[in-house]
Design a protein around this ligand. Structure first.
Ligand SMILES: Nc1nc2c(ncn2[C@@H]2O[C@H](COP(=O)(O)OP(=O)(O)OP(=O)(O)O)[C@@H](O)[C@H]2O)c(=O)[nH]1
Length: 344
């Protein structure tokens, strides 16, 4: 899930940066003549740059080269800026102001290695340009003295190194934040079990695996009995503590490969991969028993659960069907007096 999510996010970001670059170049082509008068070949270079970024945009949009799209975008960024620097004073050019953004964008879209590569390429370019800066006229026709080009080159190098380091720092924070958001997105804040979203993803993945390998898979729906009475008598906060303790008890009595989630208010759902219906019934019975054997919250409240068990079979091949079958079994369990396991 994380990989898929990361790819989607990166793809969207890369496409966004490509489209922003396109708009920026288009603006430069249209409005630049109104602001400054430059040689006509500047427009031709800008048009070529626009066509290059346009093709990069469509390559990224097609999603045909997912592993290469960041590298393609970053290379096109360097390729588009180089002729502009060459005709506008090299290291003394106004365009050098954009350069410190490159390692940060590279860190955001790619990662620390991409940022480092871009940083090294740019620093190398700046060193080379520094030696020629005084020989090239800038956009206003100024020729720079050697010393000024070296000073500019020196400070640009420092800025680029700083922005590369900043990119790495920024990336760490960004990764931490996205990781946190992803975790929050798929977990229930009260019990810290998977929420429905997290459950759906993992259930689907396990179900597909079972369909492919024809291996067994069972599902248990778990509902706390008469939970409303706990809330009504002791308050919602005590109810919350009970929910947390029930969740912890369930979680500590299952295998690592099993998927336990909070399905709704006082309802939990458990997926048991590689488990036949009769084995799932035994596990459900064990869970019923451990929940029954202890007490909950500071009030030492006794709680029981009712469990409905179903499995993946020829009739039950979809996620929805298996859950519905388990739900019917659970309902039967409630009707028969609760604190019991019912099989589909
Ligand atoms: N404290 C607390 N209570 C919750 C939460 N989510 C749902 N509930 C409560 O769970 C109770 C569920 O009540 P019912 O659906 O009537 O079920 P029950 O009382 O457990 O009865 P049976 O399921 O028929 O045995 C309601 O009182 C809800 O308010 C929660 O996050 N915290």
């Amino acid at each position: 899930m994380a990989d898929d999510f990361n790819h989607q996010l990166n793809h969207k970001l890369t496409l966004r940066v490509a489209s922003i670059s396109l708009i920026a170049i288009l603006f430069a082509i249209i409005f630049r003549p109104l602001i400054v008068s430059l040689p006509s070949y500047f427009t031709w270079i800008a048009i070529l740059d626009f066509l290059l970024v346009l093709s990069v945009y469509f390559i990224i949009r097609s999603n045909r080269l997912p592993q290469w799209e960041v590298a393609i975008l970053l290379s096109s960024g360097i390729i588009t800026i180089t002729p502009l620097l060459l005709i506008s004073g090299g290291v003394n050019s106004q365009f050098t102001h954009i350069l410190p953004l490159y390692p940060i964008i590279a860190a955001l879209l790619g990662g620390k290695w991409e940022s480092l590569c871009v940083g090294i390429i740019l620093v190398f370019g700046i060193i080379v340009f520094s030696f020629f800066g005084h020989q090239v006229a800038d956009l206003t026709g100024d020729i720079y003295i050697e010393e000024k080009s070296y000073t500019r080159g020196f400070w640009l190098t420092i800025t680029l190194i700083t922005s590369t380091l900043f990119g790495r720092f920024f990336l760490k924070r960004y990764n931490k934040l996205t990781e946190q958001l992803k975790e929050e997105n798929i977990h229930d804040p009260l019990t810290h079990l998977f929420n429905r979203r997290g459950f759906n993803f993992h259930f689907n993945r396990n179900l597909n695996q079972s369909l492919l390998t024809n291996s067994p898979l069972s599902l248990v729906l778990i509902d706390i009995d008469f939970f409303k009475k706990v809330n009504d008598k002791y308050g919602h906060d005590v109810g919350d503590v009970c929910l947390i303790e029930v969740a912890d008890t369930l979680a500590s009595n299952i295998r690592k490969s099993d998927i336990l989630a909070r399905f709704g208010g006082e309802e939990f759902i458990l997926v048991l991969p590689e488990t036949k219906l009769n084995e799932a019934a035994n596990i459900a019975e064990k869970l019923r028993s451990v929940i029954f054997q202890r007490t909950y919250s500071d009030f030492n409240l006794p709680l029981t659960i009712t469990l409905g068990v179903a499995n993946y079979s020829e009739q039950n091949t979809s996620q929805l069907k298996i859950i519905k079958t388990a739900d019917k079994a659970l309902y039967r369990g409630k009707e028969k007096g609760r604190n019991r396991v019912e099989l589909a």
